[in-house]
Design a protein around this ligand. Structure first.
Ligand SMILES: *Cc1c(COP(=O)(O)O)cnc(C)c1O
Length: 383
């Protein structure tokens, strides 16, 4: 029976334990496995190569993304760097102009040293993407909504122009998760995730994923996962399975709260700009609506000049100043000095990651409490 995503979140992948009937997948906390004789293993050899708890999670994430193959890693960046290891010296990647700072850092300071280069473009602009698809370009790497300005890229449109020229499309689906957006069904070739965020959902695990449909790419990725070794451990795999079960109910509440907070900020006299793809006034609203089942719960905004951003952060009592996002608790950060500090100031200014920009991950607390806290901090921040 084909399950709806809300059921897949709970019963997808490997549902419980065949041997004992336990309704949860056991934590196989083992590094190695007994072999019955030379060349006679029982399907498991060594836990970097494979572990049953991780395998259950890997099957689950593949099911959720409508993909055939899923791989779990020790962090989002372990997943991303494994994907980047598919490329070779001389290859070039086209990259969205606002992406996660750590992704930029590994491209600029690690893979560039191996002569895998990148070019930054505004991937919301399909003509701009088309214009840079030269011979050496092997893939287009996008985030949508992108971090931190929530810019929307049309996944299908980018996939169409990329595939026409034989390039692959990689999508970082961290902000929406497969509950809201399934890039493989829109034409993308590779999906990556920081599972640390909404998938885990409780700010207690660091993890990452890669999902693909193509067997050849999957085989190379399994090879690289084992060769590089940035795998997710059994206990963290268990925590991820547990977190994913409630993704649907959490996301529904995240979105309901975020819509309320975004509308409130939009009408607030102290707020000069609100970036949220769920607002009808947002430039990405139409495309996001077309390709997703919801806008997610990440909002960025700017306070007008009469307000001191530093004081705003000091004035918060409930909403927590911290890196990361996607947990049940509301978190704020200052992209220019925190998540996106690795991006040079000229590039930050060019794309709009200003000193006054505040990024908010709207949690699932009572929305009136969240709004009251933000309003209090804004009042406190008045110069
Ligand atoms: C956090 C994040 C990453 C990196 O993931 P880690 O789990 O921190 O390694 C990558 N992409 C996006 C969009 C993120 O938010």
């Amino acid at each position: 029976m084909a399950l709806n995503i809300n059921s897949l979140l709970i019963h997808g992948g490997i549902d419980g334990d065949e041997t004992t009937g336990a309704v949860n997948v056991p934590i196989y906390q083992t590094s190695t496995y007994k072999q019955d004789g030379l060349g006679e293993d029982r399907g498991w050899e060594y836990s970097r190569t494979g572990n049953p708890t991780r395998a259950a999670l890997e099957k689950l994430i593949a099911d959720l993304e409508n993909g055939k193959y899923g791989l779990a890693f020790a962090s989002g960046l372990a997943a991303i760097s494994t994907v980047l290891s598919l490329f070779e010296s001389g290859d070039k990647l086209v990259v969205s102009d606002n992406i996660y700072g750590g992704t930029f850092r590994i491209l600029d300071n690690v893979f560039k040293n191996f002569n895998i280069t990148y070019e930054i473009v505004n991937t919301s602009d399909i003509e701009a993407v088309k214009a840079v698809l030269t011979d050496e370009v092997k893939a287009v790497y996008i985030e949508t909504p992108a971090n931190p300005l929530l810019t929307i890229t049309d996944i299908k449109a980018v996939s169409d122009v990329a595939h026409e020229k034989g390039k692959k499309v990689i999508v970082d689906n961290t902000f929406l998760t497969p509950y809201l957006q399934r890039p493989l069904t829109l034409g993308a070739d590779i999906v990556v995730h920081s599972g640390t965020k909404y998938l885990g959902g409780h700010s207690d695990v660091v993890s990452g994923f890669v999902i693909v449909n193509d067997k050849e790419t999957a085989d190379r990725l399994y090879y690289l996962q084992n060769a590089i070794g940035g795998v997710l451990g059994p206990f963290d795999s268990f925590l991820m399975i547990r977190g994913i079960k409630t993704l649907g109910v959490r996301m529904d509440r995240h979105i309901e709260n975020a819509l309320n907070v975004a509308k409130h900020l939009e009408s607030h006299s102290a707020v000069s700009k609100v970036y949220y793809p769920g607002l009808v006034s947002s430039p990405g609203y139409v495309v996001n609506r077309k390709q997703t089942d919801g806008p997610g719960a990440m909002i960025s905004f700017e306070l007008s000049d009469e307000y001191d951003v530093k004081k705003f952060f000091k004035g918060l009592k409930l909403v927590t100043l911290a890196e990361s996002l996607g947990g049940v608790e509301s978190l704020v950060c200052h992209p220019a000095s925190m998540t996106h500090a690795a991006i040079p100031k000229e590039i930050r200014d060019e794309v709009g990651i200003t000193e006054g920009l505040i990024r908010l991950s709207v949690g699932i607390e009572n929305v009136n409490d969240i709004i009251e806290d933000i309003d209090g901090a804004i009042a406190f921040a008045k110069r």
